[in-house]
Write a protein that binds this ligand. Structure first.
Ligand code: CP
Ligand code: NVA
Length: 308
């Protein structure tokens, strides 16, 4: 088994900041946290949270996770701290490094996260940027592993916007060798550099498919995954996107074309009758709340590695 301290003091800005072995190690630790077979004491370590965007799951799972590990969190609201007044990232990062042991940041531009990490002397975690949502992907693959036991022969189909969540699924798919299909309307494909990187990593290049046809993308799929059509910060694009994404709703018809054992994942929050129908959301195929719970276990595993 990999030694946990391999990840000590490292940043987790991207799914590609960990190796395949480290990914499996985090999943193993997460399962042990979930089954209460692991008792790690973070000994009053402090996690700083900077959320420039709204959050329920990420914020609460980090807070609860840290508290269960014997550590604590401080939530830096940008409107009541000097962050909102425009204090330079390089100053905020150097100051917070003196108080906190690790910092999780949710922001818009990925380059701002990279800037924090450049100036922080403590590990920085990506709690979502416009480019990636790697903490979400840890929980996603934990949920898939719980369902199918291993990733061999699993086909994961993401229907919707080629957004941060889709980008992270692609990168993790490449890292783990899982077949990932993305079906999105023309012009809403995932980030081209992410796709390029993923193809460089995949040993079998056929395992990543980007298309504009949800009907063929779900054939043989074991996991149907979707997310909002308009991400945070895209409120002004909503009307246009709602029109473009017609035909990309996961409904019973689309679900019936997937494998019989197919499960439904959604990172949440969800908009019923947009990316998913209420019927599918509430069906017995739903593993969405296990997935949400797994955010807690996966992030406890991550924190215990970074702070080892
Ligand atoms: N999935 C997710 O990141 O949820 P929150 O926006 O509530 O944190
Ligand atoms: N793609 C969504 C994910 C929310 C958890 C967003 O960025 O708003």
């Amino acid at each position: 088994m990999l030694k946990p301290n391999k990840l000590a003091n490292k940043n987790f800005l991207s799914s590609l900041d960990i190796t395949n072995d480290e990914f499996f190690h985090i999943l193993e630790l997460a399962k042990n946290f979930k089954n209460k077979r692991l008792n790690i004491d973070l000994d009053y370590k402090v996690l700083g949270l900077i959320f420039d965007k709204a959050s329920t799951r990420t914020r609460v799972s980090f807070q609860v996770g840290m508290s269960r590990l014997g550590g604590t969190t401080i939530d830096l609201n940008p409107t009541t701290s000097q962050i909102g007044r425009g204090e330079p990232i390089k100053d905020t990062a150097r100051v917070l490094s003196r108080y906190c042991d690790v910092i999780a940041i949710r922001t818009y531009d990925h380059s701002d996260l990279v800037e924090y990490a450049k100036w922080s002397t403590k590990p920085v975690i990506n709690a979502l940027t416009n480019l990636e949502h790697p903490c979400q992907a840890l929980a996603d693959f934990l949920t898939i592993q719980e369902e199918f036991l291993d990733f061999k022969d699993v086909v994961l189909t993401f229907i919707g916007d080629g957004n941060n969540v889709a980008n992270s699924l692609i990168l993790c798919g490449a890292l783990l060798g899982v077949e990932v299909r993305i079906a999105c309307p023309k012009g809403y494909e995932p980030n081209s550099l992410v796709i390029k990187k993923a193809y460089e990593i995949y040993k079998n290049k056929d395992l990543l498919k980007i298309s504009n046809d949800p009907n063929s993308a779900v054939l043989g799929a074991n996991v149907l995954y979707t997310d909002v059509w308009s991400s945070m910060g895209e409120e002004n694009k909503k009307t246009k996107k709602d029109k473009c994404f017609s035909g990309f709703t996961i409904d019973n018809d689309l679900l019936s074309k997937a494998e019989k054992d197919a499960i439904i994942l959604h990172c949440l929050p969800a908009y019923r009758s947009k990316e998913i129908t209420d019927e599918v959301f509430e069906s017995k195929k739903n593993r969405i709340f296990d997935q949400a719970e797994n955010r807690l276990h996966a992030q406890q595993a991550l924190l215990s590695c970074l702070l080892a």
